[in-house]
Ligand binder design. Structure first.
Ligand code: S3P
Length: 425
């Protein structure tokens, strides 16, 4: 589907976005694992989270959904049913990687598959550490899906230092370790999103080596009720649109303000963006606040490499902000972008070139200079939801608007993006 976007002059009003995708995935998983009924409010409406729910249905779990409330009838410790078919994770890396950690500890065989994009993404990063724990898990020879997981003769606690900054790898190991009597120690050297640790209430210690996370069967989830904060990664598209249009004043309610996710807000503020944070509260260890955003003049800044894991999903929309900010936009140290839903470095560079910007592509990032053209440009989504929304925003900021092909993939994280924009203009 080719979607046309006309230029817009402002975003005004109030918006409450559905729940954070990363937190929703985990809440669904922990509810399914717990022995009894859990209740989620404001769960993500994304196709990705539906993929997680579908997988747990195939493992014998029942869900009742009413709007964004999800009631989960959890199965309890090692009580999942053997799936009759392959578990299909769709487009969702979080589903495939996190569920592998849980399945590695079960007494039955399972197979995880996914769509074309997910079937090309690297899985060795979870297969290798899970094997070190003793898991019986294999991927295709080139390290991709399908994953086949068989019961393991022994699964042992580990002392493991994560070789890459990935919350998905960290969480897969934590979820496996939750099934073991002995304590595992998982060490991360660069901070990544910590929703797994927060929701499970895991003990964490910082020392010279990094952050140590301690986990054992004692931390296995129990039934809970959770109000999921709104998704900051979805909010980022609205924040940037409001900052870059004149006469905008936007209020985003109940946004997740977890410090491992707020890098985008800090960077945009350092670039000169007027973003005010109000009404901070905490729910199950997760900070939440309201964001007030006003039209602003932005200036590009140097983006420190250590912050990349914190902003990894927001780089597409941050680079759109960079196009309209004073100076060149440059990002390096972001090679993980190459293995997301698309090769995001390539997807971004190709699309920016279509807008007649000067683009230099590096192995681990890119630099953009120049000004967007005054033509009506057709952008490509590359089947990647965050690329589709980033170039929808760029289109809305261009004099003659623009269009994005394959736009329906936005449903992967936010099926209502277009309607939400329409309500604010
Ligand atoms: C996620 C972790 C990140 C992120 C993804 C969601 C998660 O991936 O890009 O969209 O929920 O744990 P990596 O762990 O591969 O960096």
């Amino acid at each position: 589907m080719i979607q046309r976007f006309e230029r817009i002059n402002f975003l005004r009003g109030k918006l409450k976005l559905p729940g954070d995708k990363s937190i929703s995935h985990r809440a669904v998983m922990f509810g399914a694992m717990a022995d009894g009924i859990s209740m989620l409010h404001n769960c993500s409406e994304s196709e990705d989270v539906s993929s997680t729910i579908n997988c747990f249905e195939m493992l014998g779990c029942r869900f009742e959904r009413e709007g964004n409330d999800v009631k989960i009838f959890g199965k309890g410790f090692k009580n999942f049913d053997e799936p009759k078919k392959e578990l299909y994770a769709g487009n969702s890396g979080t589903t495939a990687r996190l569920i592998s950690g849980i399945l590695a500890a079960q007494n039955f065989e399972s197979v995880i598959t996914g769509d074309e994009s997910l079937s090309n993404r690297p899985m060795k990063r979870i297969v290798e550490p899970l094997r070190i724990m003793g898991a019986n898990i294999t991927a295709k020879e080139n390290g991709t899906l399908p994953l086949r997981i068989r019961p393991s003769a022994y699964l042992n606690p580990v002392h493991f230092k994560l070789p890459i900054a990935s919350a998905q790898v960290k969480s897969a190991l934590i979820l496996s370790a939750l099934h073991l009597d002995g304590e595992s120690e998982i060490i991360e050297t660069l901070p990544t999103r910590n929703h797994t640790e927060k929701l499970l209430g895991l003990k964490c210690e910082d020392d010279a080596e990094g952050k140590k996370i301690f986990v054992s069967k004692k931390n296995y989830p129990e039934p809970f009720e959770l109000n999921i904060p709104s998704d900051i990664s979805s909010a980022a598209f609205f924040i940037v649109t409001a900052l870059l249009t004149n006469n905008s004043e936007l209020l985003l309610k109940n946004v997740s303000m977890n410090p491992t996710r707020t890098g985008i807000v800090h960077i945009l503020k350092s670039m000169g963006g007027r973003i005010e944070i109000e009404n901070m509260i905490e729910t199950m260890g997760e900070p939440v606040g309201d964001l007030r955003i006003y039209s602003s003049q932005l200036t590009n800044i140097e983006i420190p490499k250590e912050i990349i894991p914190n902003i990894i999903d927001e780089i597409p929309i941050l680079s759109v902000a960079g196009v309209f900010a004073k100076g060149n936009f440059k990002i390096t140290g972001a090679d993980e972008l190459r293995v997301k839903e698309s090769d995001r470095i390539k997807s971004l560079c190709e699309n920016f070139k279509k807008a007649k910007l000067d683009v230099f592509e590096f192995d681990d990032g890119f630099e953009i200079s120049g000004s967007v053209c005054n033509e009506n440009v057709s952008f490509e989504s590359y089947g990647d939801h965050r690329i589709a929304m980033a170039f929808a925003v760029l289109s809305m900021l261009m004099k003659k608007g623009g269009s994005v092909s394959g736009f329906d993939c936005v449903a992967i994280s936010n099926p209502n993006f277009k309607a939400q924009i329409a309500d604010l203009r």
